[in-house]
Write a protein that binds this ligand. Structure first.
Ligand SMILES: NC(=O)c1ccc[n+]([C@@H]2O[C@H](COP(=O)([O-])OP(=O)(O)OC[C@H]3O[C@@H](n4cnc5c(N)ncnc54)[C@H](O)[C@@H]3O)[C@@H](O)[C@H]2O)c1
Length: 254
């Protein structure tokens, strides 16, 4: 029996990157899983790779009815909702704030912040009714410090850290823990394609400069973030609530 043995856990953004790695780690630690994403093909493939412990369900985190239905389906099909990792997110619009288009800003806030709000809202109600649960919201190192060229992303992730603290205070007495996690650069499609390739043009100097900002001397691999996420979801973290936990190779330590 692993540290999530017998637990029913919902994960958004489970089709790729950190969400996918966390789904696999959570299953290895004994969880039964409701995997949600907007990429049905990849999401179903992740569930199939895990096997009988995982169900895939389409859920756009910006759609409140879909989020509410996914939380309900977790309870109906897995018998409870003991844990939830709200990991879905996008890099979104990049560039100096003086040049950011409003529609790009709104899309970023909608997915990265409003999506976490909607998931937390419906999960916390279901967990409070049970009298227990652990919610983990995906923030970022960009939820703790500023990144030039990414003001929308930074604003959304600082918002996730803030709403997580408020929700933790509101629901601690109801038995629900609410935390956020703050990775730095992790080698997923968001970083390798959206950031390195599409934004930085695979410029070796810029990528080396980003790597050099990590005292550990390298970028993270998704399973290194997944290990921390699974611990925060589990009862091993039973006295932990309201934190924004850096998992960043020392990136935010200076
Ligand atoms: N990779 C990093 O360096 C890093 C660092 C800090 C935080 N994060 C955060 O981690 C999370 C996962 O990022 P990743 O790097 O694994 O990226 P990824 O692109 O590999 O995975 C993101 C997943 O979210 C899904 N998604 C996007 N919009 C959605 C929506 N509206 N509803 C449901 N699912 C949606 C995508 O389909 C994809 O499967 C994001 O919130 C990201 O901001 C990533």
């Amino acid at each position: 029996m692993g540290i999530l043995g017998g637990k029913a856990v919902m994960i958004t953004g489970a089709a790729s990157g950190i969400g996918e790695a966390t789904a696999k780690e959570a299953a290895a630690e004994g969880a039964r899983l409701m995997l949600c994403d907007v990429d049905a093909e990849k999401g179903a493939a992740v569930a199939a790779a895990i096997g009988a412990a995982a169900i895939y369900r389409d859920c756009d985190v910006t759609d409140e009815a879909a989020v509410q239905a996914a939380v309900g389906a977790t309870v109906d099909e897995l018998g409870a909702i003991d844990g939830a990792f709200n990991c879905a997110g996008i890099l979104g619009v990049v560039g100096p704030i003086g040049e950011l288009p409003l529609d790009g800003w709104k899309q970023l806030i909608d997915v990265d912040l409003n999506g976490v709000f909607l998931c937390t809202k419906h999960q916390v109600n279901a967990m409070a009714a049970q009298g227990s649960g652990s919610i983990l919201n995906m923030a970022s190192a960009a939820g703790l410090i500023g990144w030039p060229g990414a003001s929308g992303y930074v604003a959304a992730k600082h918002g996730v850290v803030g709403l997580t603290k408020a929700a933790a205070l509101e629901y601690a007495a109801a038995g629900v823990r609410v935390n956020s996690i703050c990775p730095s650069y992790t080698l997923t499609p968001m970083v390798e394609k959206d950031l390195f390739e599409d934004t930085l043009g695979n410029d070796e100097e810029l990528i080396a400069a980003a790597r050099a900002n990590h005292p550990i001397g390298r970028f993270a691999q998704p399973p290194e973030i997944a290990a921390a996420a699974v611990w925060l979801l589990s009862d091993k973290a039973s006295f932990v609530t309201g934190i924004a936990m850096p998992v960043d190779g020392g990136y935010t330590a200076p």
